[in-house]
Design a protein around this ligand. Structure first.
Ligand SMILES: Nc1ncnc2c1ncn2[C@@H]1O[C@H](COP(=O)(O)OP(=O)(O)OP(=O)(O)O)[C@@H](O)[C@H]1O
Length: 332
């Protein structure tokens, strides 16, 4: 199959359509989309617009009415659906862990189906638990009911990753968690994806999550029609129309602050300044601004030099506030 390589492979959807029997209109109406190898593409759109149906056609949980799906160049519709699903990780909001199996058994499910030897499965379970920040000795023998919702979702993500599939489908996998756990899971997931470079389709209702995780975002309308498909920065900078602008919502500047990294903004000089608040190169501009405000300073030090408030504003395309007091007490 297409996963001789565990890094992502390209997914191509061509005129993909699903018309559920008895429904007046197709749930997915002629979607064509290219998802580059190793990228994470987020689907956002209103409830019922066809996000889940589109995703479930890719692993053949839903059979398309017409159209084509190519995964790593192979025609997914000509493959055996069960076999196909063993090579595509799938994580969903309801998690779907088996209640009478332990965490280790749940994670080892697909490797077992693929015939891995027991030793290899056990090693993989340990590795994955550590990857999703669950101490293996404390968690491997527990049952799902003995875990919090957020821990269950981590196990769900670990299970989806278990056989190291090149493709992952994730349908609101962090949806059932509180905002703090959710942010923690998102941060871990961003780090993980940087290492793994899988091809991932991720469905969410949360535009902030889409910006944080997505290499690209597909904003969908009814029938999975694509309203805009681009990088988060491009969508925030130039929404295609009022519909997309409505999705982005208020506080575009705040969202761009969260998106842009310190390393994206030219620093003054090249020498860090030990007397200023210190900010990492991969920190967001939002974090840099928070550090400046916490120290009452209009600059902070980064590994690449000194970042000023004026440079930060220039990167956002906004004018700096006139006085420092306003920076400190201003409404962000
Ligand atoms: N098995 C089914 N039979 C008939 N209609 C269905 C079926 N599954 C989904 N639909 C309909 O297809 C449309 C798209 O549903 P889908 O679940 O793909 O949307 P979604 O964008 O994922 O929604 P949500 O964000 O609420 O999860 C909806 O109108 C839904 O009612």
């Amino acid at each position: 199959m297409f996963d001789r390589d565990t890094e992502g492979v390209r997914i191509e959807l061509r005129s993909l359509t699903k018309h559920y029997p008895g429904q007046p209109a197709p749930a997915v109406d002629d979607i064509s989309l290219d998802i580059p190898a190793g990228e994470l593409v987020v689907f956002v759109g209103p409830s019922g617009c066809g996000k889940t149906t589109t995703m479930k056609m890719i692993n053949r949980l839903v059979e398309p009415t017409s159209g084509e799906i190519r995964i790593g160049g192979q025609d997914a519709l000509s493959l055996d659906p069960d076999e196909l699903r063993r090579h595509i990780g799938y994580a969903i909001q309801q998690v779907g862990l088996f209640p009478h199996q332990t965490v280790a058994q749940n994670i080892g499910l697909v490797p077992k189906l693929l015939g891995w030897p027991a030793g290899r499965i056990a090693a993989r379970v340990e590795e994955l638990l550590a990857l999703v920040s669950l101490e293996p000795s404390a968690f491997r023998d527990r049952y799902p009911r003995q875990l919090s919702g957020g821990q269950q979702q981590r196990v769900g993500v670990a299970r989806a990753l278990a056989a190291d599939p090149p493709v992952m489908l994730m349908d609101e996998p962090f949806g059932a968690t509180d905002p703090i756990t959710r942010e923690h899971l998102q941060n871990e997931f961003v780090k993980l994806q940087k290492q793994l470079r899988k091809t991932i389709i991720f469905v969410t209702h949360d535009f902030e999550e889409a910006i944080k995780l997505g290499d690209r975002i597909a904003v969908l309308r009814e029938g999975s029609k694509i309203a805009q498909y681009d990088t988060p920065a491009a969508i925030l900078a130039a929404p295609a129309d009022d519909y997309v602008a409505g999705f982005i919502g208020q506080d575009v500047t705040l969202k761009r602050l969260a998106l842009l990294r310190v390393a994206d903004v030219p620093a003054t000089g090249t020498l860090p300044d030990p007397l200023l608040p210190q900010v990492a190169a991969d920190a967001s501009l939002r974090e840099a601004l928070d550090a400046m405000m916490a120290h009452g300073s209009d600059r902070c030090s980064t590994p690449g030099g000194v970042l000023t408030y004026a440079a930060l504003c220039a990167a956002l395309g906004t004018r700096p506030a006139p006085a420092r007091e306003e920076v400190i007490s201003g409404d962000r």
